[in-house]
Write a protein that binds this ligand. Sequence first.
Ligand code: ADP
Ligand code: MG
Length: 702
Amino acid sequence: MSRSGIHAPTLADAGQTPVSALSGVGPKVAEKLTARGLATIGDLWLHLPRQYEDRTHVTPIRHLRGGVPAQIEGTVEAVEKGFRRRPMLRVAISDGSGGTLVLRFFHFRAAQVAQLAVGTRLCCFGTPRPGQQGLEIVHPSYRVLDDDAMTVLDDRLDPVYPAIEGVGPQMLRRLVGQALDRLPGDAALELLPGDALESLGMPTLRDALLYVHRPPSDADMAMLASGRHPAQRRLVLEEMLAHHLSLRRQRIALQAHRAPALRPGTLAAALQASLPFALTGAQSRVHRELLIDLARRKPMLRLVQGDVGSGKTVVAALAAAAAIDGGRQAALMAPTELLAEQHAQNLRAWFEPLGVRVAWLAGKVTGRARAAVLADIASGATPLVVGTHALMQASVAFHDLALAIVDEQHRFGVHQRLALRDKGAGGDRVPHQLVMTATPIPRTLAMSAYADLDVSAIDELPPGRTPVQTVVLSSERRPALIERIRHACADGRQAYWVCTLIDDSDEVVAQAAQTTFEQLSAALPELRVALVHGRMKPAAKQDAMRAFKQGAVDLLVATTVIEVGVDVPNASLMVIENAERLGLAQLHQLRGRVGRGSAASSCVLLYQAPLSRMARERLDTMRTTSDGFVIAEKDLALRGPGELLGTRQTGLAEFRLADLARDADLLPDVHRIGDAMLVAQPALADRVVSRWIGSATRYAAA
Ligand code: ADP
Ligand code: MG
């Protein structure tokens, strides 16, 4: 029988059964599981072990090796409870093989201490590491053995699942087991063409799931640990395929719409002629790419990525000019008021001398002023509109929006981008869309994450910029650094001092910035110091930024609110506190605030010792390169794409299994299989998407 849609109901029944159908799952457990995205039996199939415990044999203590997980059987010889710096429990066990092993606990209950009395026999599992006195295992899983009981050996490897709060590991293992018992046969489950799987040497979905959840005792552990076992690759392939198909379908849906063909005319020519600089080669190339898209009757959906300072705004302005030349409107939306205001200033400086009015709309534009702006947008009197999220409000109606530009789009969700686009929709017509980002996306990721967009890169900075010199300093050197700021500012330079905390709460970060502001103001009484943080009123924030921009402030103490797009060419020194806590992309964004003028600039990354290996590598990367694309590749390798892109940027659920840094080599197969499927079996493609992405497909209507 063919594998096309016929079996859909069977699959739907098996995989989409709610977890509450499993025995032992009451409303409480169901709620805990659902909170972690495990709502159905199909979700449990895809909740893969993060590691395995080999309980097929017991290792004598004498044979233990550091770093190699093992199951051990032994008798408690000594127990020591300490509370010096923090509570700690050390339990020494031996097994007659001539060795002693220390079990170490940092969290423990009184009942546990009572249980682990001298003479107790234990079976435990964990990874030994060298400790003060030979090998030790921190927080092993263990079980007390009856006096003469033997450890029961398993005949396969025990999966260890990512923990779910409120659902114990044993329970979780049991539930996944029950879910697997309900796995339908290949005929109902398999969606990928058999010949493709065969040529890739990959098992069917059913076999892959059974293998990954219940590997046989002779499984290649090293390969499983690397995530590159054919069974794992099989699952990753289908997940990546689902994402690819979902994005392709969005693109196909968009292409079914029409858009106004826009051609540059006298305004575009006048704008280009009036610019005080010549476009860089990269800007010209991207400009041409945009004009080709805009001249079509199909809606453009193009991402322009370019490092901070690469000059994206002027390219967007030239595209807007083409829309205005066609007698229509263009809108530019930015994620913060500060940034939107800066765009408004730039666009006014460029367009108003040419007789084009620029409307400004933000939350703080209220009352009569707002009514007037809205009226001008609705009548078409202002062909160019700049603003914040306020542009997406229901009260904003355009006369004829032909081009929607979204800056720093990763700050917006996809639906917000679409909300602006919908302002220009009418009948089957939608406006062209241009999205801009300064977060460079590595090529592999762009191919996968943006299969619905065309991507252009401005990969060249305007001439005359001097690279930012980056130094990494321990926070103990703070006093010397303060002296350095004193001297730099005495020379007429300006500086940023960026306060960061791992804490997401605006309030805590604002408090830390306030404290730093007070300390620096006291230490540098001759300087004009100002403060900007997310908890300030927008007007106060603007005032401080404006003062800094105009040179009335020497030192700006700020939280990461200054991250996006702010342009102060005279600022040539930046200090970033707790730099070890930030990701590469964010550090790069922040550093991009300096080095915008012609003065030599520097960036000081302050860290709190000790540094983790990852943090050291990140800071080293920052020190040795300023190329956003190189940094993005490194970021991808260091922490994976989940954080880099996140759901907000792609508009999709994050990958459950795939890791693009590891699995990018599957992309050509994903594209080949996916594109063939869209042509020959679109119904099958739908099922792949809904199996893996489910609710996120509501964007498919985009
Ligand atoms: P970003 O890509 O970060 O948004 P901007 O568009 O803000 O960069 O441009 C940064 C600065 O560079 C602005 O002051 C802009 O006027 C200037 N600029 C843009 N293009 C050029 C160019 N080709 N030559 C010189 N300066 C340029
Ligand atoms: Mg910008």
